[in-house]
Design a binder for this molecule. Structure first.
Ligand code: SF4
Ligand code: SF4
Length: 428
């Protein structure tokens, strides 16, 4: 019954959002996105719809645990759906266990959302707190259709296939990382209330891959801060040994060791073959994911979720002895990542030299970019035109401006530049 209510909640919330957009358009309530808390509130001191949602999620997590993740989040729902579809196809991927499930989401949260916005607000402090529920518009931080679709495919089906249950929530989600602290203090938790026969059913059923059996028998409750309060474990327990129950926080037994990594987990024979530990290779996995992620992040309009989702899947395949992709494909993927890493590096160096008016090295880096980047970008050709004009190389200046004009025929910039160039040539 509870699961029916939960699934209805997951569907109902998204139907309500779509109905709202259909009825009110996108101007009454702006972007309801977790990142608003960082982009709007921390950076500019703006309280908008997204900031209110984050505050509600934070406070409700202090009481009910990560209810938001289990009962409202579309990424969570998509991954549960993907797991269900794979099971129907008789594919049951092993759930990968690694200490990166704690480190990586926290790194993504701090590096991409907390640090840059906090630094901005320190350098340029807000003048006053502003309340504006209409801004930014609802689609402001969403990618285009193709990148959005690809994000759902990679962070839904593919990540579940390669990393197991809720691979995205466990390895990547920065909003999950943000809710870990209130989750550890939550008053409602899954608690031991009867005799456990150690059948492992709760661990097997848990959609996020928590060793419920181990935690309730060693800590008397589920302490894992990834718990989404979905109650799948309590629903399926054959001996009613566990229940989702409130406890006075002042009487709660908080111990740091409950939140740390314990290699004794996932050893019960009934469930051990459903999980696979890569802990011994974590030291290799972390730099590999970061390397792959930074090589592609931002290219083709890809956001952090998509690029680091791809990076995590590839890195796991590289270090995993039970890999699902063959040797050749694995190294082809790594070669593609390195190729894009060279492009990213060249863009970074090229634009930096350009900003500092060092045209020689800027031209060399940006020429590499336009040669290697499969996606034609008019802006890089325009920058090259400008620099070639400045250097007196009219032929190359014209060549790049014509390419830029062909890439973006509706833009006036390349046309105006060509007019200026021809005028200059005529008056030489
Ligand atoms: S431990 Fe229980 S309540 Fe928490 S996520 Fe797993 S199944 Fe859901
Ligand atoms: S399902 Fe119930 S009895 Fe079985 S291991 Fe979990 S808590 Fe114990």
């Amino acid at each position: 019954m509870i699961q029916r209510i939960r699934i209805s909640s997951l569907i109902g919330i998204h139907v309500l959002i779509l109905a709202h957009i259909y009825y009110f358009g996108d101007s009454v309530i702006g972007s309801v996105d977790f990142q608003e808390f960082f982009h709007a509130f921390i950076k500019y001191g703006i309280i908008n719809a997204g900031v209110v949602m984050v505050m509600i999620a934070f406070i409700s997590t202090l009481i009910f645990g990560r209810f938001f993740c289990g009962w409202a989040c579309h990424f969570g729902a998509l991954q549960e759906f993907s797991w269900w579809v794979l099971k129907k196809m008789n594919i049951v991927p092993k759930t990968i266990n690694s200490s990166l499930v704690t480190i990586l989401p926290l790194f993504i949260l701090l590096n991409f959302y907390v640090a840059p916005n906090l630094i901005h607000s320190i350098k340029m402090p807000w003048e006053k707190l502003v309340i504006n529920f209409g801004m930014p518009e609802i689609w402001a931080f969403l990618p285009g259709f193709m990148i959005g679709l690809l994000t759902f495919i990679v962070d839904g089906f593919l990540i579940v296939y390669f990393l197991g249950r809720k691979g995205f929530c466990r390895f990547l989600c920065p909003w999950g990382a943000f809710l870990k602290l209130p989750s550890s203090l939550a008053m409602f938790k899954v608690r031991k209330v009867g005799t456990c026969i150690e059948c492992g059913v709760c661990t097997d059923n848990c959609p996020i891959g928590i060793d419920v059996t181990y935690e309730i028998n060693n800590h008397e409750k589920v302490t894992n801060t990834n718990c989404t309060s979905c109650m799948v474990c309590t629903d399926g327990c054959p001996s009613q040994a566990i229940a989702y129950k409130w406890k006075n926080p002042f009487r709660e037994n908080f111990q740091f060791k409950h939140y740390g990594l314990n290699l004794k987990m996932f050893k019960l024979s009934a469930i051990s073959d459903k999980f696979q530990s890569v802990h011994k290779k974590d030291y290799l996995l972390l730099p590999l994911i970061l390397f792959c992620g930074f090589c592609i992040d931002g290219l083709y309009g890809m956001g952090h979720f998509l690029s680091f989702g791809i990076a995590t899947i590839i890195a796991i395949q590289v270090i995993d002895p039970n890999k699902k992709i063959n040797f050749l494909l694995k190294y082809l993927l790594i070669a593609i990542i390195i190729w894009h890493g060279i492009i990213k590096f060249s863009i970074w160096r090229g634009l930096d030299h350009y900003d500092s008016q060092r045209h020689g090295p800027a031209i060399s880096h940006l020429n590499r970019v336009v040669m290697m980047y499969p996606k034609p970008i008019g802006r890089f050709h325009m920058i090259l035109s400008e620099m070639y004009l400045h250097e007196g190389n009219f032929i190359k200046a014209e060549k790049h401006a014509l390419i830029a004009s062909k890439i973006n025929p509706e833009h006036e910039g390349p046309k105006q530049f060509l007019n200026k160039l021809y005028y200059k040539i005529d008056n030489q």
